[in-house]
Design a protein around this ligand. Structure first.
Ligand SMILES: [Zn+2]
Length: 197
């Protein structure tokens, strides 16, 4: 199950996870998760368990939040979007529920810095001048990321999904992990939670 900001993000996440695991990944179920309405997350987690799905991916863009999960000290920090999402999702409760005949439900949290477009642009080898993660802290920057990636600040759903599929079909996940710490952290979780042992 994917709990993501937009249905358009699913193509990107399926593509990235497929590249990390080197296999096809299907969305199965899609839910809308907004950064200002994270309280929906635990519901999605329970639904995924009830539906007997393989895993749950909950993802929201960092959008300029100052505390970065990959950079802060251990321990949950309220200002960190990753920590907030993980706390509200209450996965420990669902992890303890039995799943007879099924492998454990996997949980992955994604918080691209600054947005999913950053990961896609880095994957495509976009020539950022300066730190790629400095762009997209404000809404003007996020519009620029869209413009660079989709050649439009307001791309159609079809365009967004087509480009996400194209870019992720060719991505080198190992190389991308060296250019984006948030992606590296995402990839670690995918391997730990969604790869059959
Ligand atoms: Zn954090």
């Amino acid at each position: 199950m994917f709990g993501v900001e937009s249905v358009n993000d699913v193509a990107a996440y399926c593509g990235f996870i497929g590249a990390i695991l080197d296999r096809e990944v299907e969305a199965a179920e899609i839910r809308a998760l907004r950064p200002d309405k994270l309280e929906a997350a635990p519901l999605f987690v329970r639904q995924a368990h009830r539906l007997g799905l393989e895993g749950v991916v909950l993802a929201i863009d960092n959008d300029g939040a100052k505390i970065l999960h990959e950079a802060h000290d251990p321990g949950p920090i309220p200002e960190c979007r990753h920590c907030s999402l993980r706390k509200v999702a209450k996965i420990e409760v669902v992890r303890s529920w039995p799943r007879p005949a099924l492998p454990p439900l996997g949980f992955v949290f994604g918080v691209p810095v600054q947005t999913i477009e950053t990961w896609l642009l880095l994957a495509r080898g976009h020539p950022f001048s300066g730190d790629p993660h400095a762009v997209g802290r404000d809404s003007a920057g996020r519009r620029m990321l869209k413009k660079w990636l989709y050649d439009s600040e307001e791309p159609s759903s079809e365009t967004m999904q087509r480009i996400a599929t194209e870019v992720t079909s060719m991505v080198d996940a190992t190389a991308l992990a060296t250019t984006s710490r948030s992606f590296a952290h995402f990839a670690e979780q995918v391997r730990a939670e969604l790869a059959p042992s």
